[in-house]
Design a protein around this ligand. Sequence first.
Ligand code: FES
Length: 115
Amino acid sequence: MTIFFVRENKDVVAAQGVNLRERALQNQIDLYTLKGKLINCGGHGQCGTCIVEIIEGIENLSPRTDFEQRILKKKPDNYRLSCQTLVNELVKVKTKPCSSILGVPLNDKKKHSER
Ligand code: FES
């Protein structure tokens, strides 16, 4: 099966049940914003900085852990902590869904440059 990282336009082959954070990092997928790079907990489910958005295939993931339920309670249902997420089938993932430059979300950069 594969994990498709939308922002990076990269397909990563993975075994069923793989940890999403580990597989991303093994394939040089940058999961962390600057803050996350500085303070991430190394995948121990304690910092909340490895957040990703699941674009497709959320049903193919392990359920949210209790820690995720707490950390992500104000986020959309398709946001996950990659270090807490096991992948069982094809998913499409957007990294750093909360990032922004000067308050403009990264995925909104094109619109911003057209202004
Ligand atoms: S890396 Fe800290 S919660 Fe995922």
